[in-house]
Ligand binder design. Structure first.
Ligand code: NAD
Length: 446
């Protein structure tokens, strides 16, 4: 099939690439000339495992093209995918400015038999409005399908190639058949292809993200209760997770969720509910709990230093909102960095992929280190924000030698408190009692 993808961000680039990989002829369009120039030279604008290799391979095979020429890409296409951003507006609703701009442009060039597919996460009713808008602009009924995306940054290629399910919102059997054929190569493991109305498909995306965010905020709130009663959230987690009605997925306490999807989608769903005259009590609470949780790590650090961080050195491991991505949108690390900088601490940071995005915001207010070990030199404490796998098994003896004080604030519960105690660290994690070093622990630098 000839496919145009409008919007070559995380979702557009992954989608275009995976469709090219399955033999389609794909043109990825963007208004960002620099991004397209780079992609044409094989420079991938984001870090996503496996993406770079696949882009180079499909581009070399002539199945994947990058362009700013929307007219030509749309004019040739049988399917026109809309994958532009839908960022939050000031009131929390989804800002559809980019989407409507694209719909208006697409209408000018859409061929007679082409189908429009909305991949962006859009409020309920956007598909219907797009259908009406295209009808008004073209004078004919253009098929408009919803095809929400469920990929996770950091595992995007894997998720797209082996989806748990494919959801499409359609108005006719023919539309469903076209989409089923397109996704056939990705459904060979008998995963379901779920065809429903556009409204249900649009809502499915929001409900999925709302439930996942709810699980995170729920376990974080439980972790905070655990701390007050000196319980251990890990034990509690195990205690509930073996119940088959509950399970373990997405019930890891931490420093709150971030990224470009959960925060904005929870708020947008709440907005939708309010517009309908409903009170979105759960969504509002999920958002509030998460905003609170983003402060938990810095509050623990401030408390330990009685608010006096001027002249202190804080090492920070992990800046991206989660591992295996360079995305720092709404990352909890930013809340921590803002406060540490405000309090006058010297902040030495490391992230395997997100450093340049953070540097673009903080410039020379932070010290950027090449390795996580380097951040520790003379540090008064270490704060762990993101659970990159390279942070999970450090050389603790070397850490102690490098740090001025063996003090760790772990926002991701990477280590065993008892082991840390034996090793001579003061170790503060989430939802577990703090571990104080044993008195005969190996010597600590004064
Ligand atoms: P993004 O910001 O990474 O990419 C959007 C791209 O659209 C940018 O490259 C931008 O330059 C381009 N664009 C904007 N206006 C344009 C125009 N008029 N013409 C052509 N290109 C234009 O966004 P993203 O993370 O890929 O998200 C896209 C959509 O997919 C959003 O609705 C998001 O909620 C949804 N989504 C994202 C993820 C994710 O993990 N990132 C997962 C599922 C769904």
């Amino acid at each position: 099939m000839k496919i145009a993808i409008i919007g070559t961000g995380y979702v557009g680039l992954v989608t275009g690439n995976c469709f090219a990989e399955s033999g389609n002829d794909v043109r990825c369009v963007d208004i960002d000339q620099e991004k397209i120039d780079g992609l044409q030279r094989g420079i991938i604008p984001i870090y996503e495992p496996g993406l770079s290799e696949l882009v180079l391979k499909n581009a070399a095979a002539g199945r994947l093209h990058f362009t700013t020429d929307l007219a030509r890409a749309v004019g040739d296409a049988e399917l026109v995918y809309l994958a532009v951003g839908t960022p939050p507006a000031d009131d929390g609703s989804a800002d559809l400015t980019a989407l409507w701009a694209v719909v208006d442009q697409v209408a000018l060039h859409l061929s007679q038999d082409a189908m429009v597919v909305i991949k962006s996460t859009v409020p309920v009713g956007t598909n219907d409005e797009t259908f009406r808008r295209l009808q008004a602009l073209t004078g004919r009924e253009c098929p408009v399908v919803s095809n929400p995306e469920f990929l996770k940054e950091g595992a995007a290629i894997q998720d797209f190639t082996f989806p748990d399910r494919v959801v499409v919102g359609v108005r006719s059997r023919q539309e469903a058949d076209v989409m089923r054929e397109l996704y056939q190569p990705f459904l060979r493991t008998d995963k379901p292809f779920l065809s429903m109305s556009p409204v249900s498909a649009e809502l499915t995306k929001y409900v999925a993200n709302a439930l996942l965010s709810t699980k995170i905020s729920f376990i974080n709130e439980m972790a905070n209760i655990c701390e007050q009663v000196e319980g251990d959230i890990n034990d509690v987690r195990r205690g509930i997770g073996h119940d088959q009605r509950i399970g373990f997925a997405f019930l890891f306490p931490g420093v709150g969720y971030g990224g470009s999807c959960f925060p904005k989608d929870v708020r947008a769903l709440a907005c939708m509910a309010r517009d309908l005259g409903l009170e979105p009590r759960i969504m509002e609470a999920v958002d509030q709990v998460n905003n609170h949780q983003k402060h938990v790590l810095k509050d623990k650090i401030e408390k330990a230093f009685a608010g006096r961080l001027e002249g202190k050195t804080v090492a920070v491991w992990g800046l991206a909102f989660k591992p295996r991505t360079d995305d720092i949108r709404e990352a909890p690390a930013l809340t921590l960095l803002d406060r540490l900088v405000e309090l006058g601490a010297t902040v030495r940071v490391h992230d395997p992929e997100a450093t340049s995005n953070v540097r673009a915001i903080y410039g020379d207010r932070l010290v950027y280190c090449q390795s996580e070990v380097e951040t520790l030199d003379n540090a008064d404490c270490l704060a762990i924000n993101t659970e990159w796998s390279e942070y999970r098994n450090p050389d603790f003896a070397d850490m102690k030698l490098r740090m001025a004080t063996p003090l760790i604030f772990d926002g991701r519960n990477l280590f065993d408190p008892e082991q840390m105690r034996q090793l001579g660290f003061r170790y503060v994690s989430i939802g577990r009692p703090p571990a104080e070093p044993v008195s005969d622990a190996p010597a600590v630098r004064s």
